[in-house]
Design a protein around this ligand. Structure first.
Ligand SMILES: Cc1cc2nc3c(=O)[nH]c(=O)nc-3n(C[C@H](O)[C@H](O)[C@H](O)COP(=O)(O)OP(=O)(O)OC[C@H]3O[C@@H](n4cnc5c(N)ncnc54)[C@H](O)[C@@H]3O)c2cc1C
Length: 468
């Protein structure tokens, strides 16, 4: 019997791919950070993720899952020529600036950059590479493309991806391909061009939905009713074959010859042949620390940050800008990471719906001891000043998501390697999935659950083959 820890999107998709399972979820509801709140006005406020990319193997895998769940007619795609795919903004020096979205833009001076971006390309072509095993994304980008690219483009992009500080995030994890080609060929641009000749196409399982996404050039997509509809469809699909225990936390794991004994929050004990953990790494670390302190300590080193999410809705007050939203580079020293223009992507009648993301790597600096009302006030102040929306929204919701996003800090790749080596060396029947290890996006975590289930199947098959 497999035991899955955690009933977020990772745990539920692991249940979908698996057979003979019990799933433990400490909370009362399933879905984890995937939460689409329905307000009394009939609006949908996404509190966690809101858009999914369709590209590459992880994107194709999620679209296959959507098809298997029968949700293909509920998908809402955003095509790459849509204004929200073209217009991504940053807020610098009290103004919104559009980031370049075409090759031609390289030759123009676009504020806040002081010269045409072609100079950043030339900088990369002319600068010798220095052998390194890892470096912060900020330092890497400054070294290769100049400080303005690091300050404005990369630092704000990292706020958008993981609410993180580019000065701490590992390039050898988050942009490992770019780092590897730079180390191998001496320049990112030269490396990408040379390597494209050797690159093999990914082995992608092409569902009808994936083919449609390619043909129609989707940039991102969501589903009707918000992304929680995917959680509900997964729950519906697996509930007959999976023993789902909500309000039941795992409190201790003890591995033995034949599997693992799990202690539950109601003091019951459960036996399983193997465990798939979709918990954030430090939470898993605490569960097994007693028996495996070294592994527990390693898992604990993967930091997670808090994010305050403020949803705001304005009835019949149109937004001037038509864009995906804007990000604020940390250099601006403002207490917001960025604002997503939800209703530009997915209109909801005459409402303007915005989400202000706050905190992340700077949560303690700006929000220690602040109440939800104070956080709401700060969000409204900046939306008013920057987007000229009324000081008071008609509907709002504030949530503080504790330790919700992992930070892939310097040395992350080798940390994950050490964790996997420990598990292998001690032959623990433990399989890791979720955002803490190999990617934070919905596509990454769903693929991680599929891989965990495949690894269990391979190990079973190997054990049978050896016995025969
Ligand atoms: C604000 C925000 C915005 C995001 N935006 C996007 C986006 O637009 N696109 C995108 O692709 N990704 C986005 N992400 C990332 C994505 O949402 C997450 O990576 C993903 O939801 C993680 O899912 P999970 O199941 O791995 O983890 P979680 O959602 O953390 O689920 C883990 C579950 O385990 C349970 N649990 C904890 N401890 C125990 C225990 N001891 N026993 C049993 N159960 C336990 C928890 O209650 C929880 O339900 C965003 C994330 C956040 C926070």
């Amino acid at each position: 019997m497999s035991l899955i820890l955690g009933g977020g999107i990772t745990g539920l998709s692991a249940a979908f791919y698996n057979t003979s399972i019990t799933l433990l979820e400490s909370g009362a509801r399933l879905g984890g950070w995937v939460r689409s709140l329905q307000t009394p006005e009939g609006l949908i406020f996404e509190q966690g993720p809101r858009t999914i990319r369709p590209r590459g193997k992880p994107g194709a895998n999620t679209l296959k899952l959507i098809e298997d769940l029968g949700l293909e007619d509920h998908v809402i795609p955003i095509q790459s020529n849509h204004a929200t795919a073209q217009n991504r903004l940053i807020y610098v020096n009290n103004k919104l600036h559009k980031l370049p979205s075409s090759v031609w833009a390289l030759f123009k001076t676009l504020t806040p950059f002081s010269k045409p971006l072609i100079f950043a390309v030339l900088h990369d072509l002319r600068t010798k590479s220095v052998p390194k095993s890892d470096e912060s994304l900020y330092d890497f980008t400054s070294r290769r493309f100049g400080q303005e690219i690091a300050d404005y483009a990369i630092s704000s992009m990292i706020c958008g991806i993981c609410a993180g500080d580019a000065k701490k995030i590992s390039v050898n994890f988050l942009m490992s391909y770019v780092f590897e080609v730079e180390q191998k060929y001496g320049s990112v641009i030269k490396g990408v061009i040379k390597d494209s000749k050797n690159k093999k196409a990914d082995d992608i399982e092409q569902s009808d939905l994936y083919r449609r996404a390619k043909l129609e050039k989707w940039s991102v997509w969501s589903v009707q009713g918000g992304l929680e509809s995917v959680v509900n469809a997964l729950d519906e699909k697996v509930k007959d074959k999976v023993n789902i225990k909500t309000n039941t936390a795992a409190t201790n794991l003890e591995f033995h010859d034949k599997g693992v004994q799990v202690t539950l929050s109601n003091n019951e004990q459960l036996e399983a042949n193997h465990v798939i953990s979709s918990l954030p790494a430090p939470k898993l670390g605490t569960l097994l620390h007693k028996q495996h302190p070294e592994l527990g300590n390693l898992l604990n080193t993967i930091e997670h940050v808090n994010v305050a999410v403020v949803n705001l809705a304005y009835d019949n007050v149109p937004l001037k800008e038509n864009a995906f939203g804007f990000l604020v580079p940390p250099k601006e020293n403002l207490p917001i990471l960025g604002v997503i223009f939800d209703s530009c992507c997915f209109p909801q009648n005459d409402w303007t719906i915005l989400t202000v993301m706050m905190g992340g790597a700077w949560f303690e600096k700006y929000f220690t001891g602040k109440s939800k009302e104070e956080i709401l006030d700060i969000a409204c102040k900046y939306v008013h000043e920057i987007l000229h929306m009324p000081r008071k929204p008609h509907v709002h919701h504030v949530d503080i998501l504790k330790e919700c996003i992992p930070q892939y800090t310097l040395g992350h790749k080798s940390r994950v390697e050490q964790i996997n080596n420990y598990i292998q060396k001690h032959q623990l029947p433990l399989y890791l999935a979720g955002a803490s290890y190999n990617g934070v996006g919905i596509n990454d975590v769903i693929l991680s659950s599929k891989q965990a289930v495949d690894d269990i199947k391979w190990q079973h098959w190997g054990a049978h083959a050896q016995a025969a």
